[in-house]
Design a protein around this ligand. Structure first.
Ligand code: HEC
Length: 300
């Protein structure tokens, strides 16, 4: 099939296929790199927040709880400030009140929570159950869609590792009276030592980072394609000037010579292979003229 194509067409088909391969490969490589970067960026953000929340929890259990615990026995109203989960949630709500972070979420999603706002939804319950079925599983990450766009989440299991937790989470009889007044006696009980009761889940928006990555990708691809188009144009111009036009001229001159016009010149415009060909044709034409005049002399 290629046989019937012109030289420039063959060249362009070859160039175009090489460029398409190069564009495809560089596109795949760049988008893989970008995706990895995006994932690393959101993971880093989520991890920092998760560690901060763990620190808040720890601060509450080691410094706030001992201060306020005696008041739990005497006061009629429960002091949620004694609860690590409550302080983590409250700190995070304050962090979220900043508009830049309103799409960030923190939840101690629990299957049977004391405070119903911590109840795991279907998606979260699934994560909790995966932690419950494998004690070696320490972290789950992934994307989840929300009305505000895609969220990247990191989830870690919450297990009851301290006996002290059971005071408020085993049976209503053991819990402080004030807790029952505030939260009732139906939820957040029956937890067992070493049981995984929920998952600490932090979610950070991924759509912002993703759209920046998408823009970078589009910019990169446009530059690559523009560069290739430019190269194609330059190569085509060069091909026409230094190969196709001289060859066409030579074909015309050879035609003229073959029809007896010995005045036709093979124009040698360069010293490259085409130029050498023109010089060779000129020598051939001279030999031809000599051979013909010798023939003519012989006849006479
Ligand atoms: C003084 C009683 C008390 C103790 C001790 C206690 N909790 Fe709680 N816990 C609560 C209350 C009350 C809540 C609900 C707080 C709120 O309003 O967010 C809660 C909430 C939680 C939550 C969030 C889900 C839910 O039930 O709403 C988790 C998880 C949790 N506690 C785990 C623990 C762990 C682990 C320990 C031991 C380190 C512990 N708790 C010790 C009373 C207690």
């Amino acid at each position: 099939m290629l046989k019937n194509f012109k030289l420039s067409q063959k060249f362009n088909i070859l160039l175009l296929s090489a460029f398409l391969c190069a564009i495809l490969l560089s596109g795949i490589a760049f988008s893989t790199l970008l995706n990895r970067d995006t994932e690393q960026e959101v993971t880093a953000k989520a991890t920092i927040l998760l560690k901060t929340m763990l620190a808040v929890r720890d601060y509450t259990s080691t410094q706030i709880n001992p201060e306020l615990a005696p008041r739990l026995e005497t006061e009629t109203e429960f002091l949620p400030q004694t609860v690590p989960g409550y302080s983590a949630r409250e700190v995070f709500e304050r962090f979220r009140s900043d508009q830049d972070y309103s799409d960030f979420f923190y939840k101690e999603a629990t299957l049977n929570p004391t405070n119903l706002r911590d109840k795991a939804d279907g998606f979260e319950a699934d994560l909790v159950n995966r932690f419950r079925s494998s004690s070696t599983l320490k972290e789950l990450t992934g994307y989840r869609s929300s009305p505000a766009g895609d969220l990247f989440y990191i989830a870690r299991p919450i297990a009851i590792v301290k006996e002290s937790c059971l005071r408020c989470h085993s049976t209503p009889e053991k819990a402080p009276k004030s807790q029952l007044t505030t939260y009732g006696s139906d939820n957040g009980f029956g937890w067992k030592l070493n049981e995984t009761v929920g998952a600490q889940i932090i979610s950070v928006p991924a759509s912002g980072v993703r759209s920046t990555a998408r823009k970078a990708f589009l910019l990169f691809m446009s530059i690559v394609i523009a560069a290739f188009v430019l190269v194609m144009i330059i190569i085509n111009l060069l091909l026409r000037r230094s190969v196709i036009q001289p060859l066409n001229q030579m074909a015309t001159a050879a035609n003229e010579v073959s029809m007896g016009n010995m005045e036709a010149e093979f124009e040698q415009a360069s010293n490259d292979e085409i130029g050498k060909l023109a010089a060779a044709f000129n020598r051939m034409k001279t030999s031809l003229i000599m051979a013909m005049s010798m023939l003519r002399d012989g006849e006479e």
